[in-house]
Design a binder for this molecule. Structure first.
Ligand code: ZN
Length: 322
């Protein structure tokens, strides 16, 4: 592989590679760096996340005055951490989740009142560079946006080309998200068993960010069983699952969470190839970012190889412990 200017320029057998200024020889399995689609990077160590093989993250709720400048800074070569994309704050009802939750600093939730204000909040976040819009539908923790507000959020986000991702918790909230045209579940729903018809409709219209380990930390729990059951049936209906951990919001290790990977196989039944696809943002090909990891073994034969890193690069630079 040859990289130039932070991007992959050429992929193929070393013998056929064009001349390069610097050469690095690594024996192992080379693949794109891992993308974690659900983090709270402000509660984690970005350098440790990158060193652990995660080269891109999407932050799903943090105060906008902190997270958007950090996302900008993450594009610079000097930044010691993954590329950060952010949703900004979670849109919620007055007093709703996560405005009173201890993990969330002031500004992590943005309280909206009325459809007009909801749409304006989406536009404001889009103008600041949001990569997605996050909405809180957590009926167990407090009030949630109304159906009219939710519809306004989805419409305004659609007009700006932004996906809407929802935290759904409590009876009927997954159905509300689906009915409103939300694009993604930020966690696989874990509080209710979803019906086949809901999962079939969701499989056509939405994707799921996995976050199984956040319910279990290596143990078997009722929440894990419920989420895995919904996810397995969602996948059987043709739905897409992407890797995400909710890093920062619990005892999730920085970098690739091998427990999350193993849960996708053991509790959801995904194949190694399907899991590898869920872990990365795109294939290794010319033009892709030179965000790479090398593993000591082939993860298609042994998924624990994802915890055995020999090399991490970000934008073509070799990442080392500092
Ligand atoms: Zn989260």
């Amino acid at each position: 592989m040859v990289c130039d200017g932070g991007r992959i320029q050429w992929v193929g057998s070393a013998r056929l590679a064009p001349q390069a200024d610097d050469e690095l020889e690594v024996e192992g399995f080379l693949m794109p760096g891992v993308a974690d689609r659900h983090v709270h990077i402000g509660l984690a160590d970005p350098g440790a996340v990158l060193l652990g093989g995660v080269t891109a993250v999407r932050d799903l709720a943090w105060p906008p005055d902190v997270i958007f400048p950090l996302a900008d800074a993450s594009e610079l070569p000097a930044f010691n951490g993954p590329l950060i994309r952010a949703a900004g704050p979670m849109l919620t009802a007055p007093g709703g989740y996560p405005t009173t939750d201890r993990w969330a600093p002031a500004g992590t939730g943005l309280e909206i009142k009325g459809a007009e204000q909801a749409a304006k909040a989406v536009v404001a976040m889009a103008d600041r560079g949001a990569a997605a819009i996050k909405v809180s539908l957590n009926a167990e923790a407090g009030p949630t946006p109304t159906d009219r507000e939710l519809a306004a959020i989805v419409q305004a986000a659609g007009e700006r080309g932004l996906p809407v991702t929802a935290h759904v918790q409590g009876a009927g909230q997954a159905e509300r998200a689906l009915g409103a045209g939300v694009n993604e579940f930020a966690h696989c729903p874990w509080t209710e068993r979803l019906s086949e018809s809901v999962l079939e409709a969701a499989a056509k219209a939405m994707r799921i960010v996995s976050t199984l380990d956040i319910w279990s930390y290596g143990a078997v729990t009722a929440e894990l069983r419920m989420a895995a059951d919904n996810m397995a049936r969602f996948r059987a209906a043709g739905g897409t699952v992407v890797y995400g951990t909710d890093l920062g919001n619990g005892a999730i290790p920085p970098g690739i969470d091998v427990r999350e990977v193993l849960l996708l196989r053991e509790t959801v039944g995904m194949t190694s190839d399907e899991i590898l696809e869920a872990l990365v943002a795109g294939p290794l090909e010319p033009g892709a970012p030179a965000d790479l990891i090398a593993l000591a073994r082939d993860p298609r034969e042994d998924l624990t190889a994802l915890g055995d890193l020999k090399l991490v690069t970000r934008a073509g630079r070799v990442v080392t412990a500092t």
